[in-house]
Design a protein around this ligand. Structure first.
Ligand code: PMP
Length: 404
C-alpha cells in the first residue's frame, strides 16, 4: 500500500491535455488552435528578432554569469518593467515591484498576500476567465468565495458592461478582490473601452474593492505597448493618485519568452510604510516558495528595453505579431462569409488579441477534433496563433461542415 494511494485525481488542465492529444494525432491535416503561444505563418514558434539579438549580446558577454538575482529580482528588469507599465504615472505613485515566475507567479503571489492581509470574503472573476485564475485562488485559499461577474454576453458576443457594473454594485462588499484583465482578454478577445474602464475604476473605489490588473498581453492587443497599458495608468492617476491596486505582469507573450518565466508583480500603495510592509511580506513569501526568480529571461527583457535600437525592434516585433493575428482574423472571416456559414462572425474582426470565442457546442468541437483534426479548447476558445495562410481555408471548411 503506497502512501500516495489516497490522493484524489485532479482534473487534467484542458490546454496541456489538448497539446498532448494534438502531439499524438498523426493526421497531416491537423491544426492546433488551442494554446496561447504565438506561431508564425509556418506554424513555427517565433523567436522575436529583438530577443534573438539580445541573446547574442548576452552569450557573447565574457562576464555573463549565472549568479542568483537579489530577492526583489533582477533590478534592471524590475526597473524597465515599472517604466513600461506605469510610464508617466510612475513618479507620482509609491510602487513595490518584485520579479516573479512569470504572470502565473505574480498572480499566485498577490493571491497569497491578499489572502493573508486583506482576507477578502470574495474574489470576483470575469465570466469567463483564464482557466488558471480560479485554480490559483483555490490553491491559495479555498475558503475565499469565487464569484463570477458578467463579462461576455453569450447571446451577442459582446461585452456585458452593464451586467458587470450592476452586479458589482449590488453584490460586491468592501474588501473583496476583483481580477481585471488589462487587454486582449483571455478567452473572449473582448476588452472594455476607455469609458468602460473609468466606470469600472469608479465602482472599485466606491465599493472598496481591491483591483488586481492582470497584464498578460501588453502590446499584443493593439501592437502598441503604451495603448495597451492605458487602463493601468488610469487606475494609477485617478482620484489624484490615491487608489491602491496591484498589477500582475507577464513577459511570456509580448517577448515570446514562454518558457523563460519572466514576470513582475507591482503593488501600488498609498503610504511608504505600507509599501515597506508589502516588500517585507513578498520577500518572506518568495524565500519560502522560490528563493529567487529565474535569471536569463529577465536579462533578455532588460537588455532589449534598455537599448534604444533593440527597443525599437521589439516595437516592430509586436506589430508583426499583432498584425499577423489581425490578418488571420480577416482571412477566416472572409472564408466563412464566402461559404455562407451559419452564425454571427462579425466579432471575429473586432475581437482583440490572441483569442476568440467561437460559441461551438461540445459536440461540434468533438467533431472538429475527431473528424477534421482541428483542435480548440473545450470552452470553444480559438487561438488565432495556430492559423496560417496554408490552413485557413481548411479550417473554414471544417467549421462550415460542422455547423451546417
Ligand atoms: N493571465 C492571463 C489572463 C493569461 O492568459 C496568462 C497566460 N496564459 C497569464 C496570466 C500568465 O501566463 P504566464 O505565467 O505564462 O506568464
Amino acid at each position: 500500500m503506497s502512501l500516495f494511494e489516497h490522493i484524489l485525481e485532479g482534473v487534467p488542465d484542458s490546454i496541456f491535455a489538448m497539446m498532448e492529444a494534438f502531439a499524438a494525432d498523426t493526421n497531416d491535416k491537423k491544426v492546433n488552435l488551442s494554446p496561447g503561444i504565438y506561431r508564425d505563418d509556418n506554424a513555427k514558434t517565433w523567436v522575436l528578432p529583438s530577443v534573438q539579438k539580445a541573446r547574442e549580446i548576452l552569450v557573447a558577454d565574457q562576464n555573463l554569469n549565472h549568479d542568483i538575482s537579489p530577492q526583489m529580482g533582477n533590478p534592471d528588469l524590475v526597473s524597465v518593467a515599472r517604466q513600461i507599465t506605469f510610464k508617466d504615472t510612475l513618479s507620482s505613485r509609491i510602487i513595490t515591484s518584485m520579479q516573479t515566475i512569470s504572470g502565473t507567479g505574480a498572480n499566485h503571489f498577490i493571491a497569497r498576500l491578499l489572502s493573508d492581509t486583506l482576507q477578502p470574503k470574495t474574489v470576483w472573476l470575469s465570466n469567463p476567465t483564464w482557466e488558471n485564475h480560479p485554480k490559483i485562488w483555490t490553491h491559495v485559499n479555498s475558503a475565499i468565495e469565487q464569484h463570477l461577474y458578467p463579462y461576455y454576453d453569450y447571446r451577442t458576443s459582446t461585452l456585458d458592461i452593464e451586467g458587470m457594473i450592476s452586479t458589482l454594485k449590488e453584490r460586491a462588499s468592501r474588501g473583496d478582490v476583483i481580477i481585471l484583465q488589462v487587454c486582449a482578454h483571455n478567452p473572449t478577445g473582448l476588452d472594455p473601452s476607455m469609458e468602460d474602464w473609468e466606470t469600472i475604476a469608479e465602482v472599485c473605489e466606491e465599493k472598496g474593492i481591491f483591483p488586481v490588473l492582470d497584464s498578460a498581453y501588453q502590446g499584443f492587443a493593439t501592437g502598441d505597448a503604451d495603448n495597451d497599458a492605458w487602463a493601468i495608468r488610469h487606475f494609477a492617476a485617478r482620484s489624484r493618485g490615491t487608489m491602491e491596486f496591484a498589477v500582475t505582469q507577464s513577459f511570456s507573450k509580448n517577448f515570446g519568452l514562454y518558457g523563460e518565466r519572466v514576470g513582475v508583480l507591482h503593488i501600488v500603495t498609498r503610504t511608504r510604510g505600507s509599501a515597506a510592509k508589502a516588500e517585507s511580506a513578498l520577500k518572506t513569501l518568495s524565500r519560502a516558495e522560490i528563493t529567487s526568480a529565474p535569471a536569463f529571461g529577465a536579462k533578455v527583457v532588460a537588455t532589449i528595453l534598455q537599448d534604444q535600437v533593440l527597443r525599437e525592434q521589439w516595437q516592430e516585433d509586436l506589430k508583426t505579431m499583432s498584425g499577423r493575428l489581425r490578418h488571420m482574423r480577416k482571412r477566416l472571416y472572409d472564408e466563412l462569409i464566402k461559404r455562407n456559414t451559419p452564425g454571427n462572425w462579425a466579432h471575429l474582426l473586432t475581437d482583440i488579441g490572441m483569442f476568440s470565442y467561437m460559441r461551438l457546442s461540445e459536440d461540434q468541437l468533438a467533431i472538429l477534433r475527431n473528424t477534421f483534426h482541428v483542435y480548440l479548447l473545450p470552452s470553444s476558445r480559438l487561438s488565432w496563433t495556430g492559423l496560417t495562410s496554408r490552413n485557413v481555408e481548411y479550417v473554414a471548411e471544417s467549421i462550415h461542415k460542422v455547423v451546417t
